[in-house]
Write a protein that binds this ligand. Structure first.
Ligand code: FAD
Ligand code: 2HG
Ligand code: ZN
Length: 457
């Protein structure tokens, strides 16, 4: 997209000349996504430090009819954070302040560019904990996590990002500043605008700050790795664990091919050896100390082939490794096609079997990797070894099957550019029409991330 000298001058006036990057080598660092699958170009990267500067950028974009893509940690996995049609990039990397930490109410205010790890540290220092965790914690930002309504590893206990957000400060595409950072736990004064921005993927406006609720810190953590012969047994175990273990925080699934890959790529010895066909990583927290109650329930689980248990942080990390390292390990095999789907629990095991065969029918050279958040019915399907000519057929093999099974084509990563063609199939025309009306109301000039989420007309 060509932009005028006048437009760039307006941006420089808004944020200071040193925060408008146009050097080709420098901006190249903002134009490709984490997977390497989505690569674009941009006339510049603008780096505001606060809401006033963001509002001025939005105003300049509206005047000049220039579209922008908000970018946080750029760890998104659906091609939503990069300028695929030559948009301006608005980077939140300077908006990192964490302020107004309230140890009494368990709340803090975080800038959109603050990383998840920084929020977790601030929460811990205040004697609390942040409810969301995911492996990209060192780079993923508060703004990106709100925009994608990120889920992660503890959704069964604390919910996705939306549940942690008490209010936001944001600038809509129409230039309006909305701000509710008082941290009211109860507030029924009309539409929930912060909730609306959760999962909006930068299409309605820019999140600048958020008031986040914290959760009580755990006292006593027990982690277990359980081996099973098949996914059916693992799903049944997940149900029993959920109804029997009070402080259950995680029930994550990995399969043997992924576990072998993690061992090979990272040079680590598998905790369960021989590697079983299916493993569940289970974590429960106290108070009271959950070790005995989790062990008692594990004794009742049918079909357990092997067990490892950890009650200290170092050993627990060793158990988590096989799950945490999956995304990075798969990236070493090749650029993956990523699908992030939810199935009704009763369809999960069947889907996992069928999807591997369905992808193999499209191309026998590809490899399908399955893992995910079993207790949420959320499976991550990654396919490596595909060619561009095969991508669309693989997409159909996976996503049509999900839609038919009554599942969701995006459990937690969002629609981005990768899945926008599938949104109407999954949500239906009335839903998508309402979404488009909301988009028009908040972003009448269509300047905020126009290439993502909503299908092309
Ligand atoms: P970006 O990638 O920069 O942007 C993501 C989207 O948000 C884009 O559409 C962008 O335009 C928009 N956006 C960014 N900032 C703003 C803002 N301030 N205002 C408005 N819109 C904005 N995701 C999960 O849900 N669960 C997981 O368990 C998980 N694990 C991961 C593990 C790894 C190793 C990796 C690489 C990714 C993982 N992800 C996971 C995906 C990713 O981390 C999340 O989607 C995260 O929320 C993205 O944050 P980000 O700051 O990197 O956002
Ligand atoms: C996870 O659960 C993330 O580890 C990433 O959501 C999933 O790499 C993926 O497909
Ligand atoms: Zn996930």
């Amino acid at each position: 997209m060509d932009v005028s000298v006048r437009f760039l001058d307006d941006l420089r006036d808004a944020v200071g000349p040193q925060h408008v990057l146009t050097d080709a080598d420098v901006v190249a660092g903002y134009t490709s996504d984490w997977t390497g699958r989505f690569v674009g170009s941009t006339p510049g990267v603008v780096r505001p430090s606060n809401v006033v500067e963001v509002a001025a950028i939005i105003e300049a974009c509206r005047r000049a009819d220039v579209a922008l893509v908000p970018q946080g940690g750029n760890t998104g996995l659906v091609g939503g954070s990069v300028p695929l049609a030559g948009e301006l990039v608005l980077s939140t990397e300077r908006m990192t302040a964490i302020t107004d930490v309230d140890a009494d109410s368990g709340q803090l205010t975080a800038g959109a560019g603050a990383t998840l790890a920084a929020v977790q540290t601030a929460a811990t220092e205040a004697g609390w904990r942040y409810g969301v965790d995911l492996a990209a914690r060192d780079s993923a930002t508060v703004g990106g996590m709100i925009a994608t309504n990120a889920g992660g590893l503890r959704v069964i206990r604390h919910g996705s990002t939306r549940r942690q957000v008490l209010g936001v400060e944001a600038v809509t595409g129409s230039g309006r500043v909305i701000r509710r950072l008082d941290g009211l736990v109860k507030d029924n004064t009309g539409y929930d605008l912060a909730g609306l921005l959760c999962g909006s993927e930068g299409t309605l406006g820019i999140v600048c700050r958020a008031r986040l609720a914290l959760v009580a810190p755990p006292i006593g953590v027990v982690t277990a790795l359980l081996g099973f012969a098949d996914i059916e047994s693992a799903v049944r175990a997940g149900g029993l664990l959920r109804r029997s273990v009070a402080g259950l925080e995680a029930v994550e699934m990995v399969l043997a091919p992924g576990a072998f890959l993690v061992s090979e790529v990272t040079g680590s010895s598998p905790v369960l050896d021989p590697i079983p066909p299916v493993q569940l990583l289970v974590e429960a927290v106290g108070p009271p100390d959950p070790t005995d109650s989790l062990s008692a329930v594990i004794d009742e689980v049918d079909g357990v082939l092997a067990v490892a248990v950890a009650t200290d942080a170092r050993r627990s990390q060793a158990l988590w490794h096989v799950r945490d390292a999956h995304t990075e390990a798969i990236a070493r095999v090749g650029i993956p096609l990523k699908f992030d789907v939810t199935l009704p629990s009763r369809r999960l095991a069947g889907f996992c079997r069928e999807v591997v065969d369905a992808v193999a029918e499209v191309t026998s050279r590809s490899q399908t990797w399955l893992f995910g958040h079993l207790a949420d019915g959320n499976v991550h399907v990654n396919v490596t070894g595909w060619t561009t000519a095969e991508a669309e057929r693989i997409e159909r093999a996976v996503l049509a099957r999900v839609a038919e099974a009554g599942g969701s084509i995006s459990a937690e990563h969002g629609i981005g550019t990768a899945k926008r063609a599938w949104l109407t199939t999954n949500r239906g025309t009335p839903d998508v029409e309402v979404m488009a009306a909301i988009k028009r109301a908040l972003d009448p000039d269509g300047i905020c991330n126009p290439g993502v989420l909503l299908p092309l007309d």
